[in-house]
Design a protein around this ligand. Structure first.
Ligand SMILES: *Cc1c(COP(=O)(O)O)cnc(C)c1O
Length: 302
């Protein structure tokens, strides 16, 4: 795959607070792998693409909303592998395409808009059969790469994280990326999962499905307090934090996942959640293209 910065950079952060608490913190800059495509999405997609190539598929077919980082990544990854791509987009076709869908289109993805009701049926076998007939010989990738194959691809993110790391922080959507980290982590490394969704009551079932491991045996903690009201909800406090974090460390974050995660991590450090001696790595999963839907001037970076 054509990635501009690979292997990913591990950026150590300096702050008096970290000295005071006797912890170390670094950010794994998967956001730098590609300007538009989220780093974690490429990891999650890689084994699907490999399978499609090995099985001589014509293309891949997947699903997402009009701002989906997964859709752009699938469009990009398919093109890199000389495969076609079809994206089923939730909702009516808008008069003007979102930045995200523009990017999908520029990577050659065929966009098919489907009503919310039909979209909800995407896991029903009969519904998929109809789709298969319109797009023969396409590999179906579940929304967000939510499949054990997606997690096995994401497990390779652990190759970028030093062995002495004690805590690995990551944002959660479908939980596929966190499941991958668990597959690649050593038992003494704790995964701290920051939910971008309200509640996420089926997190344990998801992790079990994705990893095949017993949830209760895992060194994993789900943190639920930093969703800012729910998925894609945002407010001035979040923007202020993202701006201040950028000015201090020159690290841009996105408003859906990584901004909220870093806000939560800093708060948890102040509250002594991480014991002295902790070596923390925060996985910057990317997603920066989503900030383009904000009014100009909201953020000090773009
Ligand atoms: C999709 C995404 C996530 C969530 O990943 P999951 O594997 O679905 O949990 C986190 N961060 C960014 C930037 C994303 O685009």
């Amino acid at each position: 795959m054509q990635l501009s910065h690979y292997p990913a950079k591990l950026q150590p952060l300096q702050d008096n607070l970290f000295g005071e608490k006797a912890i170390q913190l670094s950010v794994l800059r998967l956001d730098e792998l590609h300007p538009v495509v989220s780093g974690n999405k490429l990891f999650k997609l890689q084994l699907f693409l490999k399978q499609a190539v090995e099985e001589n598929k014509t293309g891949v077919l997947t699903f997402g909303g009009p701002y989906s980082n997964h859709l752009v990544a699938a469009a990009f990854a398919a093109r890199e592998n000389d495969l076609k791509s079809v994206g089923f987009v939730r909702g009516e076709q808008p008069a003007i395409l979102s930045h995200t869908l523009e990017a999908c289109d520029s990577y050659g993805m065929k966009l098919q808009f489907i009503t919310r009701d039909d979209y909800a049926k995407k896991f029903e076998p009969g519904f998929l059969n109809d789709i298969f007939q319109s797009f023969p010989n396409h590999l179906v990738i579940p929304e967000g790469g939510y499949d054990p194959l997606g997690s096995q691809g994401a497990a390779r993110i652990m190759d970028e994280i030093p062995a002495e790391t004690t805590h690995i922080c990551c944002a959660v959507g479908t939980a596929t990326t966190v499941a991958g980290l668990l597959l690649g982590a050593k038992p003494n490394q704790k995964i701290v999962a920051f939910s971008a969704l309200r509640g996420l009551s089926d997190f344990g079932d998801r992790i079990q499905y994705l990893t095949g491991l017993e949830y209760k045996d895992l060194n994993l903690e789900l943190v639920n307090e930093y969703d800012f009201g729910g998925y894609a909800k945002k407010n001035q406090q979040l923007f202020d934090f993202m701006n201040q974090f950028y000015l201090q460390y020159q690290i841009p974050t996105d408003m859906i996942y990584t901004g909220k995660m870093m806000f939560g991590v800093m708060q948890r450090i102040r509250e002594n959640f991480f014991p002295p001696g902790s070596k923390i790595v925060c996985v910057h999963t990317g997603g920066l293209q989503g900030n383009q839907s904000l009014p100009a001037g909201t953020l000090v970076f773009d």
